[in-house]
Design a protein around this ligand. Structure first.
Ligand code: CAA
Length: 379
C-alpha cells in the first residue's frame, strides 16, 4: 500500500511541528524535572483541535482521519511525550470510545466538551492486581436500580488529576467473569471519588499518573456505556485503537532522538573531522533511519486499516510492538552518538530515552502485543 499524504495531512503535520517547536520545546526540560503538567500547552492544543482530531465536527471534533492523527502525534512526541500521552488518551481512548459506543445524550453531555479540549478525560482499567490481566477487575459496580455503586481502586491512570471525565471499568456480575464487567462515565466531582498520590516516574514526567479511589461512588444508570456486561469488550476495542496512538508516540520519540543525533553528528568534531564522517556513526544513523521508516509505515498501515473500516487489531498491535522497540533502540543510540553530552539534560536525548521505555509498557506491554498478534495469526 502506498501512502501519499494529502495537502490536509501536510498542513496538520506542519501545524503540529510548529506548535511543538514554539510552545512545547521551551520549558520541556523543566517540566520533566519538576514533574509539571503542561496545563497551558494542553489548553492551546485543545484550541488548535489536537485533542479531538478524529471526532465528527458535529460533536466539536476535527473530522480528520487516523493518518492525520499519526502525523500530529509523531510531531508532538518528537518534542514532548508527556504532552502527547495526554493527547493520545483523550483522542484514542476517551473521545473515540464515547463516539463509537456512547448514547446521543452521553455524546452531547461529554464528548462535545472533550473533543473541543474544554476538559480532558482519563481511561481507568488498570488496578493494583489487574494490569496485563485486565479481566481480573476488583473494582465493583453494584446495580442499585437507579444507579450503580462503585467501590475500588484504579492504578497508573494517565491524566489522573487533570481529567474531568473518567471512563471507569468495574465488575457488576463477578460470576460472569469478564462478561460481567461494565464501563461507566464518572464525573470528577462525584462524591466518594478521590485522586490518590502522583507517581514519581522514570519518564513522561510531565504527565500526571495517579491512583484513583472510589468509595460508594453513585453513578447514574444513564452513565453506563453500552449494554449490561459490555465493559470488557468496550475496553479491548478502545485499546485496539489506542495502540495506534501509542505506536505514533513511539515513532515520534524515535524520530525526535534520531533528528537530534543526526544534527549533533554533523556538528561535533572528533579525530579531525565531523563524527558523521566516521563509519561507526554512519552505520548507526543508517539503522536508525531504516527502523524509523519501517515503524512509520506500520503506523500508517494500522491507521489506514482503521480509516477504511478494516480490522486493525493485528496491524495496530504490530505497529505498537515494533515502534516501541524502535523508540527504545533509537533513543539509546542517540545518547551514544552524543557521548557524554547525551547523558546530560540540555541535549534532550536522555529524556527521550527515559520516555521511550513506557511505550513498551502502557496500553499493553510488548508481550501483550505478541499475544494479540499471534492470536490474530492463528485464528
Ligand atoms: N475488540 C472487541 N472485543 C475484544 C477485543 C477487541 N479488540 N479483544 C478481545 N475482545 C473480546 C473477546 O472477543 C472476548 O469476548 P468473548 O468472551 O465474548 O468471546 C473477550 O474480549 C475476552 O477476550 P480474551 O479471551 O482475548 O481475553 P484475555 O483474558 O485472554 O485477555 C488480553 C486478552 C489481550 C491479554 C487483554 O487482557 C489485554 O489487552 N490486556 C492488556 C490490558 C491493557 O492494555 N492495559 C492497559 C491499560 S490502559 C492504559 O495504559 C492507558 C494509559 O493510561 C496510557
Amino acid at each position: 500500500m502506498l501512502f501519499d499524504l494529502t495537502e490536509e495531512h501536510m498542513a496538520v503535520q506542519a501545524a503540529a511541528r510548529d506548535f511543538a517547536q514554539s510552545e512545547l520545546l521551551p520549558g520541556v526540560i523543566e517540566r520533566d524535572e519538576q514533574q509539571k503538567f503542561p496545563t497551558d500547552q494542553i489548553k492551546k492544543m485543545g484550541e488548535l483541535g489536537f485533542l479531538g482530531m478524529m471526532v465528527d465536527p458535529k460533536y466539536n471534533g476535527g473530522g480528520m482521519d487516523s493518518i492525520a492523527y499519526v502525523l500530529a502525534m509523531e510531531e508532538i512526541s518528537k518534542v514532548d511525550a508527556s504532552a502527547s500521552v495526554v493527547m493520545s488518551v483523550n483522542n484514542s481512548l476517551v473521545c473515540w470510545g464515547l463516539e463509537k459506543y456512547g448514547t446521543e445524550e452521553q455524546k452531547q453531555k461529554y464528548l462535545t466538551r472533550l473533543a473541543a479540549g474544554e476538559v480532558i478525560g482519563a481511561f481507568c482499567l488498570s488496578e493494583p492486581e489487574a494490569g496485563s490481566d485486565a479481566t481480573s477487575q476488583h473494582t465493583t459496580a453494584e446495580d442499585k436500580g437507579e444507579y450503580y455503586l462503585l467501590n475500588g481502586t484504579k492504578n497508573w491512570i494517565t491524566n489522573g488529576n487533570s481529567a474531568s471525565v473518567y471512563l471507569v471499568m468495574a465488575q457488576t456480575h463477578p460470576e460472569l467473569k469478564h462478561k460481567g464487567i461494565n464501563a461507566f462515565i464518572v464525573d470528577r466531582d462525584t462524591p466518594g471519588f478521590e485522586v490518590g498520590p502522583k507517581e514519581n516516574k522514570l519518564g513522561i514526567r510531565g504527565s500526571d499518573t495517579h491512583s484513583l479511589m472510589f468509595t460508594d461512588v453513585k453513578v447514574p444508570k444513564e452513565n453506563r456505556i453500552g449494554e449490561d456486561g459490555f465493559g470488557f469488550k468496550f475496553a479491548m476495542s478502545v485499546l485496539a485503537g489506542g495502540r495506534i496512538g501509542i505506536a505514533a508516540q513511539a515513532l515520534g520519540i524515535a524520530s525526535g532522538a534520531y533528528e537530534l543525533a543526526l544534527r549533533y553528528a554533523k556538528e561535533r568534531k572528533a579525530f579531525g573531522t565531523e563524527i558523521a564522517k566516521h563509519q561507526a556513526i554512519q552505520f548507526k544513523l543508517a539503522d536508525m533511519a531504516t527502523n524509523i521508516e519501517a515503524a512509520r509505515l506500520l503506523c500508517f498501515q494500522a491507521a489506514a486499516d482503521k480509516d477504511a473500516g478494516r480490522d486493525y487489531t493485528k496491524s495496530g498491535a504490530m505497529a505498537k510492538l515494533f515502534a516501541s522497540q524502535v523508540a527504545m533502540d533509537t533513543a539509546v543510540e542517540a545518547v551514544q552518538i552524543h557521548g557524554g553530552y547525551g547523558y546530560v539534560k540540555e541535549y534532550h536525548v536522555e529524556r527521550l530515552m527515559r520516555d521511550a521505555k513506557i511505550t513498551q509498557i502502557y496500553e499493553g506491554t510488548s508481550e501483550i502485543q505478541k499475544i494479540v498478534i499471534s492470536r490474530e495469526i492463528l485464528k
